[in-house]
Design a protein around this ligand. Structure first.
Ligand SMILES: Cc1cc2nc3c(=O)[nH]c(=O)nc-3n(C[C@H](O)[C@H](O)[C@H](O)COP(=O)(O)OP(=O)(O)OC[C@H]3O[C@@H](n4cnc5c(N)ncnc54)[C@H](O)[C@@H]3O)c2cc1C
Length: 382
């Protein structure tokens, strides 16, 4: 693992740092789960895209810079160090785009990627269902063939779709072959959230904002052109993003090293020996995550893939995030009520061990696929 940046990587880092210093809004934007905040975050995405900073690793024709993986990680570090806004477009950029690049047709790439890069069209991930969360393949929403119209008709319900209350399009899996085995017979669809037959019902999260929505499908027509990958191959298509979500792309280490640095500054302002060890531990864990990620980057550069190691990242970043925020709140004491950045960060951090696959499931994956431990007997009690 080589942690020395090359000259061109250092130049890229310097360019990103100075652009962010000149452009990051001085005041934090309002929550992206409010209509006002959502619109301002979309404007921020457009600002990033105008100077090719919204999707640095993408091809130039889609607003990217063709940045290498190393440059991408460097950019993310700079982004969070600069205190830049959360990415309202992250479902699209980090979860959908990689599979559009991998499985989408040229026409789909040309049609969907540019507006994703500019933040003009925001995407929601519609995977989970009321009875299908950890066991996603047990999903029941259906797609039936409509040859006359050249497409499919969707029915069913999705839940916990982040951003869906305000987003424009969704992506999700539907059971297109009821006879097939559980993981087979699923198809991956893209659909506008204002299509006829789609009902979006917002769900308030802990802070009262509609961070999620339930999405109901009642005879929703989707043309063949909006099927991603081959019909029936949806599970394989979907799983090619799961490693991304748990692993590198969604939670690059810059986010946590920046939070650890903020925690150190907070401690310097109000030292408190009760919390000192935890501050150091949080910093150590953020640094360990950073180094582990650079190890993953090295592996990827050498032609490997993330695979089950994404589950190691997932457990690590999500529990680290809780520890960082809890420690800050303990330091702040009653003043925490006035420090919305730490307080909001804490309430969101609490959900980290649940979304992107719960940590119980990730630990099972680590145990079975990385450590080679015996499979847990069905129905085992802990
Ligand atoms: C902030 C947030 C954002 C989200 N955003 C989205 C989104 O944008 N799109 C989307 O589709 N979904 C989203 N989700 C949903 C998320 O993916 C699911 O909540 C998650 O996969 C768990 O599914 P579940 O809620 O059905 O819980 P369940 O699967 O019912 O699990 C309940 C509990 O049982 C445990 N458990 C279940 N099976 C096992 C097992 N085999 N071994 C050990 N323990 C087990 C789980 O770990 C968990 O603790 C989001 C969730 C949150 C909290």
């Amino acid at each position: 693992m080589d942690l020395e940046l090359s000259e061109s990587e250092l130049a890229f880092q310097a360019e990103a740092r100075s652009w962010l210093a000149a452009n990051v809004p001085a005041q934090p934007l309002p929550s992206l789960d409010t209509p006002e905040g959502f619109a301002l975050h979309q404007e921020w995405e457009a600002r990033l895209a105008a100077d090719r900073w919204s999707v640095v690793s993408w091809p130039r024709e889609y607003h990217g810079r063709e940045a290498s993986l190393v440059e991408w990680v460097v950019f993310e570090e700079e982004y969070y160090r600069a205190g830049a806004p959360g990415r309202v477009s992250q479902n699209g950029i980090f979860l959908l785009a990689p599979i559009i690049f991998e499985h989408g047709t040229q026409e789909q790439q040309d049609r969907f990627l540019p507006t994703m890069a500019t933040g003009e069209r925001i995407w929601a991930q519609c995977w989970s269902e009321p009875e299908a969360g950890s066991d996603l393949a047990s999903l029941k929403s259906t797609a039936r063939r409509d040859d006359a119209r050249g497409g499919w008709v969707l029915d069913g319900q999705k839940i916990w779709c982040s951003r869906a209350a305000l987003a424009h399009w969704g992506f999700g899996l539907f059971r297109s072959d009821p006879e097939a085995q559980k993981h087979a017979g699923l198809t991956y669809f893209l659909f506008p959230l204002d299509a006829e037959g789609v009902t979006v019902r917002p769900i308030a999260q802990l802070d009262g904002e509609a961070g999620f929505a339930e999405v109901f499908f009642d005879d929703v027509f989707v043309p063949d052109a909006d099927v991603l990958g081959a019909p029936g191959d949806g599970w394989r298509v979907a799983m090619s993003t799961a490693g991304n979500e748990r692993g590198l792309s969604l939670r690059s280490p810059g986010r946590f090293t920046a939070a650890a640095d903020r925690l150190l500054s907070l401690y310097a302002e109000r030292p408190d020996p009760r919390v000192a060890d935890r501050v150091v531990d949080a910093w150590l864990r953020a640094e360990a995550y950073r180094l582990y990620t650079w190890g993953t980057v090295t592996k990827l550069k050498d032609g490997g893939d993330i695979g089950a190691a994404g589950s190691v990242n997932k457990v690590w970043w999500s529990e680290l995030d809780v520890a960082l925020h809890e420690t800050a709140l303990d330091l702040l004491g009653p003043d925490a009520e006035l420090e919305s950045r730490w307080l909001d960060g804490y309430t969101f951090a609490l959900s980290g061990p649940i979304y992107a696959g719960t940590n119980e499931i990730q630990r099972n994956i680590v145990a079975e696929r990385i450590l080679g431990l015996p499979r847990e007997p069905k129905g085992a009690q802990r």
